[in-house]
Design a protein. Sequence first.
Length: 362
Amino acid sequence: MTWPGGPVLGIETSCDETSAGVVEGGSIRGHVVASQDAHARFGGVVPEIAARAHLRQLDSVVAATLEEAGLRPAELAGVGVTAGPGLIGCLLVGVNWAKALAFGLDLPLIGLHHMEAHLFANSLEQPDAKPPFIALLVSGGHTMLLWVPEWGRYSLLGQTRDDAAGEAFDKVGRRLGLPYPGGPEIDREAAHGAPGSYSLPRPMLSAADGPEDRSYFDFSFSGLKTAASLLIQEIESAGDGALERARPDLAAEFQAAAVEVLVEKTLRAVRLYGCGRVVVGGGVACNSLLRKRLASALGPEGELFAPSPRLATDNGAMVARLAEHRLAAGERSGLELTADPSLPFPGLEPEREGAAASPASA
């Protein structure tokens, strides 16, 4: 059955943001994000607290989104919801809410992959952010490098072998005594420091690797996190406010190390595929140094698409945009849809297939 089009509601509850968005024709009509502050005192997201907050907030978040869009629920043309990956309790809240709405209003329903939705976020603000491009997805739970020749076709080039980039930022931020989440705090603190005042490793950047090696595109931030923690411990042992004095320089060096790895891996993909168009997504895409270094490395002939902060972090608008695309392609989910915290990335082709033959004009 051909989908007639119209406003699509997207629901996002994969972690600690309760969000809904309404998108029509690739444009945002309504968008609300309710962030949860209760996790800050724990230094990280507490799954049970997050799930209960989604239960309390989702009704009002959707109502506010529809009000902003100037719509009644009956005027919606479809519903999309993040079905995974994420925290299982949180995902279930959104999936079951979306299923109930779709059933009650007889609307087409589509369950979606959280990280694929991040790919679509940029297109809501920058219509030219469309394939072909290299995608760097960096968040608290994921670090992925993809070749995207067209929507729905993805080649996974590399991913983290242990900690995601955002997780490393948060944990090092906590060791530095900064508030949660640590990523934005490190970015702010680093502005007052000097990278190079201390020395931290740049993991998995061996010049001996080539595209045929798994490590050429893969990431690892666990060792960098540990090295930073040991350095902080050494400085702390000096006492007398040593860590407080060193904090800006430590933040600057850690950030520089992490960003250098992310940028170099991305440039490897750019060179291999001959494609200077790069899309970044996920919460770490807000990092000022990452944006600056990527833009500088790509140069005037390259194109960097980076989302605004409201679309970089988890949000319902990107879910609605992806839902619109999938519904238009004739895809639907049945009411048997359920949450899957390990949901595979859709549309993955054999890794790196055709890389050497991909022309710059692809």
